[in-house]
Every structure is written in C-alpha cells, then in structure tokens.
Ligand binder design. Structure first.
Ligand SMILES: Cc1cc2nc3c(=O)[nH]c(=O)nc-3n(C[C@H](O)[C@H](O)[C@H](O)COP(=O)(O)O)c2cc1C
Length: 337
C-alpha cells in the first residue's frame, strides 16, 4: 500500500498512544514485522515550534524506526505548519494531525477533538499543514462530537480536496470517549464520502479477525491498532499476515515474549537511561503481564524496579521458575505465580 510517496509494508498501523508509543516500543513491535506505519505520542505543536526539549525527546527516532508518523495537535494553523516543518527536519516521514483527542488538556487549547466542532476550520488547518511540508499529511478523527453530530463523513470529502493523504477514523464520538461499541456503520459512511481518500478504521481491534471484519464491513483501506498492540505486541504482525494470507502465525513462546519486553527495555536504556527506562517498565508490566501466564510475583517486583540489575534478576528468576515448573512431573503451566 502507498501513502502519498511512501510505500507501506502493510495496511496495519500502530496507533499513536500518549505515554506508550516510545521509541523502544515502536522498534520492538516493528522488529516483529507487519507494521505499515508507526506513530509517536501526540506532540504539542507549540512545544515543537518552541523547540522544547521534552517534545523533541518524544519524537526521537532511529534507523530501524521507519516509516514514522509524527502526530501533532494544536489550535493555530501557523504554529501547526511551523511545527510540521520542524518535525520533518527531525525525521518525520508523515505528519498526522490529531483531531480526535477528547482530553481536556488538548481540547482547551482548541486542539484534538475540539476541531470536530469546527469542520471548516479543521480543513483550513489541514490545508495549511499540507502546504507547509512535502511529506504526506494525514488526519485522525472520531466520528463527531456526539451521536447527533456525526461530521466525519462530511469532513472526509473536504480533507481529500485539501490534499490530505489519508484519514484515520476512530469509530466513536468524542462524547463516548472509550465507552460503548465502535460504530462500523459510521466508518462505512466516512469511507463512502471520502471519494477515494484512503481511510484507516480504528477501534477495538483485538484479533486479526476483528481487523478483517472491519475492512469487510466498512470498505476501509486498512486498520490502526492501539490497545490491542499493548496487550499483545504480536497482534500487528499477525493481523498483517492474516489479511494477506488468511493464516495466523503460531503464537510466540514465553521466552519470545520475555525477549520482546527486554528489547523494549534495552532500547529505552540506550535512549533515556536507566532511571527513566525502569520507570517506563514499572508502568508497562501490567500490559506485558497480560500474556505472560501466571506471573504475580514478577508483576509485584517489576512495579518496584529501580535498576537494570534488579530488572534482569527478576526476569531471570521468572524464567528459571517457569523452567522448573515445566519440568515438574504433571505440570502443565510454564510459570508459577
Ligand atoms: C493510553 C492511550 C493513549 C492514547 N493517546 C493517543 C494519542 O496520543 N493520539 C491519538 O490520536 N490517539 C490516542 N489514543 C487513541 C488511540 O490511538 C486509538 O484511537 C484508540 O485507543 C482506539 O483504538 P484501540 O481500540 O485499537 O485502542 C490513545 C489511546 C490510549 C488508550
């Protein structure tokens, strides 16, 4: 699949998730294969335009981190355009404009989902960003502010005319936040109105079959996966393989799962140092633990981890216990709680 001038390995995208799409995670998931495009966390256009260290740190990238989409939010077209140029100078190959974030910190600055209340202003902003950079510009929206104002289909046609390269639609309204069901009919209407503009469907994809259903029911060009990839980092690879071959690869072993978590940690160590890397792993163990089998002791240890040595010790202990348990007569589980 192509996005403007960029060839994508697949039509399955890793969603932007603030606080979760760090460089280490992106590189670890990309290493499994099948990622068409990965996104950064959403970044403030003001922070980017002002060259704030924190914002620039969040968009650090590396050789294995391609193609990369940098997601920006903001309420001012000129600043968004300036921030987009800076992001491109720092390695962004795609600029994504966030027009779906319902969080007050973002909407009170007229960014994110606030744009769904001003469709014409949203399109003018997208146009300004498209004009300011040579890379493809995409937009991520929800269906509308609430169920009585499903503006995304109308906006899709206008974005296409403004030169936007693709649109992602989270099939919920701002008012829904993460509640209720994803509205596949709503996404279908966006696809129908988009006049050939590629549309990526998003929301609640937990299995490769969910992705296939979303594509079949809505006609979208591809899918974007968020929480499903936090829970199961192999989901993007599996979905990509399934969409292309109809087969789902065998599940990873416990050792492969732990190795992925360690690759994430080691990339963080290089990128942000021991203190911050341990902090991130303390936060992420809850997601990783969901697929590690019984691992209560590991979870408790990791929630307190402060150093690389401690972390490696906990992991070694966990794997040793798993092997002992697997060797025990009559044992069926690979790890002990
Ligand atoms: C922790 C978290 C952080 C998120 N941060 C962003 C963000 O920075 N930008 C954005 O466009 N969407 C963000 N989202 C929304 C996701 O990109 C996605 O649209 C939503 O989670 C629905 O997809 P899913 O069901 O596959 O997770 C975030 C979601 C979560 C759970």
């Amino acid at each position: 699949m192509r996005l403007g001038c960029i060839d994508l390995e697949s039509n399955v995208l890793l969603a932007p998730m603030a606080g979760y799409c760090d460089l280490g995670f992106r590189v670890a998931v990309r290493g499994l294969g099948g990622v068409g495009l990965a996104h950064t966390d959403l970044l403030s256009s003001h922070g980017m335009a002002a060259g704030e260290c924190k914002t620039l740190r969040l968009m650090r990238t590396c050789r294995e981190d391609h193609p990369l989409s940098v997601q920006l939010f903001g309420g001012d077209a000129a600043i968004m355009a300036q921030a987009a140029r800076m992001a491109v100078d720092h390695g962004a190959e795609v600029i994504d404009i966030n027009m779906g974030c319902p969080v007050e910190k973002v909407t009170k600055r007229n960014g994110g989902a606030a744009w769904l209340c001003d469709p014409c202003g949203a399109v003018r902003l997208a146009e300004a960003v498209v004009r300011s950079v040579e890379v493809p510009v995409t937009v991520k929206v929800r269906l509308g502010p609430d169920e009585n104002h499903l503006v995304a289909p109308m906006m899709a046609g206008m974005f296409a005319e403004a030169g936007v390269a693709a649109l992602t639609v989270h099939g919920r309204t701002t008012a829904q936040r993460f509640g209720g069901q994803v509205n596949l009919e709503g996404i279908t209407e966006v696809v129908a109105a988009a006049g050939g503009l590629p549309v990526f469907g998003n929301g609640d994809i937990k299995t490769p079959h969910d992705a296939a259903t979303m594509i079949a029911r809505t006609g979208c060009s591809g899918v974007m996966i968020g929480r499903g990839a936090l829970r199961e980092p192999w989901l993007i690879r599996d979905t990509s393989v399934y969409l292309h071959t109809g087969q789902i690869p065998p599940p990873p072993s416990l050792e492969e799962r732990v190795a992925l978590m360690m690759r994430h940690f080691e990339r963080l160590l290089e990128d942000v140092g021991e203190r911050r890397a341990c902090h991130v792993m303390r936060q992420r163990i809850g997601w990783y633990a969901k697929t590690l089998g019984p691992c209560r002791a590991l979870k408790e240890q990791m929630r307190r981890v402060r150093t690389e040595t401690e972390l490696r010790g906990y992991i070694a202990e966990f794997l040793d216990d798993g092997m002992l348990c697997a060797k025990a007569p009559g044992s069926q589980t690979k790890a002990v709680d």
